[in-house]
Write a protein that binds this ligand. Structure first.
Ligand SMILES: [Zn+2]
Ligand SMILES: [Zn+2]
Length: 374
């Protein structure tokens, strides 16, 4: 059975199908020789660079130079010509902070700024950056509170009623306030929420400007959300998501704010769990490379996992490549490794997969390794 035409044609080499055992999988259209690139993706919907690397990683090519701060940041001169003359842009020329964007070279900085409408995203990042120190100052790690939030037992209806509360009480209350009063309602947040808020900003920005017919947009809409599994495991995330929403609702300028709805935020975050790819340092061995954060490529999210994958994924600058590492026959399932821990013993490896991606691996290798020894 072929699934929706929508994601059927992600690559000429394979087809996404609904499987008899549930879920979707990628199957080869013909024999594929070893070394073939079956998918190359450059259009991520959102990227999150963790706080500790925010100045050390280039925001265009993700270069990293041994924890050195990247040399090129944004200044007002770089962005002033991008501001449309009639725009009610909230970027303050005298106090421009650089939107938290750092680059390895002038080339990367100008490439980044060439993206159409990029000034909208720069404005969102800048507003967040201006308010963040104050929000962070009010944040205190309250272990007791966190334990309490983590002990709630989660169900679909608990998640729904938390959002209903926001929709029917919090939003109308905020909507009635004057702008200055609104800002005083910004919640206290930590570095983790800050990074997640940037990730959502970028996702909203990219989705806003994407052709509704393009494959990335359609693949994004069809991604499976792991909201319930993830929040059931970490109930504190429900509170975390509400803080992310509240901050965005108060801060976003209308061009991007009009994209923000509760269902879309839940889809962005629910599909990030389990579908995002790690953004790793390039060119280092798996054990010694740094983990910078994560990014989402909807077209690349239909590969299943196998502990003997026939496709290897790797990053080259800001693109991800998926290369066949063995000859593949027609109709064979194409799989990648999600875990990065294939060398772990069977039980540990399967536990890691179950904890992080919410499934019990049933690949050929797991099946054969789990067989009782006679
Ligand atoms: Zn760069
Ligand atoms: Zn397995």
């Amino acid at each position: 059975m072929t699934i929706d035409e929508d994601v059927h044609a992600i690559s000429p080499y394979f087809e996404v199908r609904q499987t008899a055992w549930g879920g979707r999988a990628c199957f080869s259209n013909g024999n594929i020789p070893k070394g073939t690139t079956v998918l190359k993706v450059a259009n991520s919907t959102g990227i999150s660079i963790s706080y500790e690397f925010r100045k050390e990683v280039c925001h265009n090519c993700f270069a990293y130079d041994n924890a050195r701060t990247m040399k090129y940041k944004l200044n007002y001169d770089c962005v002033k010509n991008l501001i449309p003359p009639d725009a009610n842009c909230k970027i303050n020329p005298k106090k421009f902070l650089g939107a938290g964007l750092w680059f390895c070279s002038e080339y990367c900085r100008s490439s980044y700024l060439q993206k159409p409408n990029i000034i909208e995203l720069v404005e969102c990042y800048e507003l967040l950056l201006c308010h963040f120190p104050n929000m962070l100052k009010r944040y205190n790690t309250d272990i007791e509170q966190e334990n309490k939030l983590n002990s709630i037992s989660i169900s679909e209806s608990i998640i729904q009623s938390a959002w209903d509360e926001i929709e029917s009480n919090w939003i109308p209350r905020i909507d009635h306030m004057k702008p200055t009063k609104k800002v005083s309602q910004l919640p206290a947040i930590s570095e983790d929420e800050y990074c997640c808020i940037r990730f959502v900003c970028e996702s909203l920005f990219n989705l806003k400007h994407m052709e509704r017919q393009c494959i990335t947009y359609r693949a994004f809409n069809m991604l499976q959300s792991n909201e319930l599994s993830k929040i059931s495991k970490f109930p504190v995330l429900l509170h975390f998501q509400k803080l992310v929403f509240q901050t965005l609702y108060i801060l976003l300028p209308s061009h991007t704010g009009k994209m923000l709805t509760i269902p879309l935020l839940r889809h962005i975050l629910g599909t990030e769990y389990g579908n995002a790819f790690g953004l790793w340092q390039e060119g280092e061995a798996a054990e010694s490379r740094e983990y910078f954060g994560y990014w989402v490529f909807p077209e690349a999210s239909y590969f299943n996992h196998s502990c003997t994958p026939n496709v290897t994924k790797y990053r080259k600058g800001n693109i991800m490549l998926f290369n066949v590492n063995t000859d593949i026959k027609k109709n064979e399932q194409i799989c990648i490794d999600y875990s990065g821990v294939l060398e772990l013993p069977t039980v540990k490896r399967r536990k890691f997969l179950a904890d992080s991606w919410f499934f019990d691996c049933a690949c050929e290798r797991c099946k054969s390794e789990l067989q009782p020894v006679h």
